[in-house]
Structures are given as structure tokens and as C-alpha cells.
Design a protein around this ligand. Sequence first.
Ligand code: COS
Length: 384
Amino acid sequence: MNYFLTEEQVMIRDLARQIADEVIRPTAAKLDEEEKFPYEIMKTLANADLFGVYIPEEYGGLGFGCFELCLAVEELSKACGGVTTTYAASALGTFPILLFGNEAQKQKYLPDVARGTKLAAFGLTEADAGSDASGIQTTAVSDGDYYILNGTKQWITNGGEAEIYVIIAMTDKNKGSRGASAIIVEKGTPGFTFGKKEKKMGIRCSATTELIFQDCRVPKENLLAREGFGFIVTMKTLDRARPGVAAQSVGIAQGSLDLAVKYAKERVQFGKPISSFQGIQFMLADCATQIEAARALTYSVARMIDAGEKDISKESAMSKLFASDVAMKVTTDVVQIFGGYGYMREYPVEKMMRDAKITQIYEGTNQIQRHVIALGLIKESGSN
Ligand code: COS
């Protein structure tokens, strides 16, 4: 399929593809097995300027947008979904600053993220607040020029590894979603520590931890937008980030299909390569078609965002919903095509199936995506 990429977009895609092939793929299984954070790979991505793809040039980035970020995420995901979780979660933690930060906050935080010298993270989820984003209990109580944060965030990607955290906390508990605020908290702030590192089914080289706030004093100048705007910051951030999860899904699915096609041509049963059997051919054909449809939807939504379209909640949710379901279906079918070999850890496809599962869950479960899509449809249909 021709998506009419510009010369620069082709360069970004090819650069990410080269890093995926030469640096990520050879170490992906080991990082997964040992659950090791990919420090060296992050350095490589930083040296290639890939952390700055979507950050404006005035803040040290390359000045491209969501679409180019998706291209990079897709290519890197072909080799390892865990690496792209780390990479894309830094963008998730940066979007609130890009979208809602004042000039001083942008000047202070964006250049380090663009250079890849600091990772960012987004802290919303808590033990009792996942899908119900407005149910958070972490508080930020005003005290002169400071907020005092108390509470625990759970399952935060890049926890412990990131230097910059955007935390959603209640500045007014009586106001529900309108009482939440978004506050930047730097690693090393007294009263801010990290809890246990989670052991996960997939994306195992990425870091997922608790963030613990105990009387943590944060200057009020770290508030994003204004008090009470935290829920909107969250929703707008997720709207922008979900096509990234879709791109990750497309990459994982494509990476596994590429292996399946190769394997089906090599694997001989009943005296013939299994690629000559219609049962296998139909599976491959369905996988390829679904991936292309997911890619087309993801690219369209990313381009809408870059074109400045404001109301993209529904389309963004659609891309994440569709692409992640495709990733799960394709990677499951690819394990089936590999048969017993597919089930063994010696081959990379079982990892891809494990990695794919999270794309249906994080940045909003696919049930929440359907809810967002339905709300959008109903809203668009007007009052009657
Ligand atoms: N952009 C701007 N404003 C939005 C918005 C969006 N995308 N979505 C909701 N809002 C606004 C609403 O218009 C409403 O404003 P008013 O109070 O002025 O009417 C306010 O935010 C609250 O919206 P709503 O009543 O729909 O909130 P709910 O508590 O019902 O929650 C869902 C809505 C379920 C969509 C939200 O909680 C959600 O997205 N949950 C999933 C969170 C998630 O993805 N978690 C994963 C971990 S984060 S990595």
C-alpha cells in the first residue's frame, strides 16, 4: 500500500527500521527473559534523534508530528514491543507538557526529552482508578507556593527510569473530575519514591512501577494549565497518544506476520512447504489484510491530529481499538502457523503474542475505547 510518505518520513521510517534490525532484534529475547531495561537501545534511539521526532524545533526536536512518531513506533515494534513501550510512554508523559505547558515549562523540560537524556512518564492510574479516571485518590493540597502530594500511583510505565513525571492529583476532592490537576514532578523530589517493579506477561524489558508520594512538596509553577484542568489534560493526552498504541500494535502484528510468511515457505510437511496449503494461505491472507486496514486507520488518525483537527477522541479510540485487536488476532494466528515451534520460547513469536496483549489494555481498555467511540457517535448525531 502506498501511503505517499515524504522523503523525510521515509528517512525516519528507514532509520527506525535499521535500528530495529541491527540493535533491537538481536537482543530482544534476552531483554525479555532477563526483564532488563533497554538502556543501550535508549541511547541508540537518543543518538539517532528519534526521541525528538514529534517535538518542535524551538525545543530541540525534529519538528515533526504524531504521524512520524507512529512511523518510528511501528518500525521499532516489529522487533520488540517492550522497547517501544518505553519509547512511546516517554511521549505519553511529554504530550501534557507540549499541549498544556507554559513557555517556561516547555523550555525547561522539552529539550532534555527531545535529546533523549531524560525520559518522561504519565502518572494517572491507581489501585482503584483505572478505567474510571476520575476516581483517583492522590491529593495535591495547596500550601503557599507549593502543593503537597500524597498517594500512590500504580503500573506506571517508565517508573523509576524517567526523570519527568506528569501526575494527576486531586486539588479539590469535592469537585469530582473537575477537581483534578496535572502537576509535573521531578525524580529526586523529597517525598517521591518508587514502589515495587512489576513482573509482567509481556513487554517485559519495560519498567512498570508504583510511584509513592508522601508529603512531597512540589512548586506551584509545575502546575499544567490551571487547577481543576487535570481531567481534560488526561483526556486530551490520551486522545493524542492512542494512535501510538495503534502503531505499536501494527508493528508487532507486522513483525510476527513477516516471520510467519518466511517460516511457512521453509517448513515442509507432507512433502511440501506449508505455504502451499490453502489453510495456511488463508490465515496469512487474513492477517495481511487486517494489518493493512489497521495501518491505514492509524495513519489517517495521526494525520488528522497533525492537521490540527480538534475533536479526535472517537477516531483516536477507533485506531487503538482496531489495531490492538488485530495485533492480538494476528500474533495468535502466527503462533498457530508455527505450531509447536511457535509455543517454544526459542522462537520469537510467543513473545510477540504476549507483547500484543497489553495493547488491548493500556491507555484505556478496548471496552473503554468502545465507550468513547459510542459517546462520539451519539454526540455527532445531535439532539434528536
Ligand atoms: N476531551 C476533552 N474533554 C473531555 C474528553 C476529551 N477527550 N473526554 C471527556 N471530556 C470532558 C467531558 O466533556 C466532561 O466535561 P464536563 O464536566 O464539562 O461535562 C468531563 O471531561 C468528564 O467527562 P465524562 O463525564 O465523560 O467522564 P467519565 O468519568 O464518565 O469518564 C471515560 C469518561 C471513561 C472516557 C474516561 O474516564 C476514560 O477515558 N477512562 C480511561 C482512562 C484510561 O485510559 N486509563 C488508562 C491508564 S492511563 S495510561
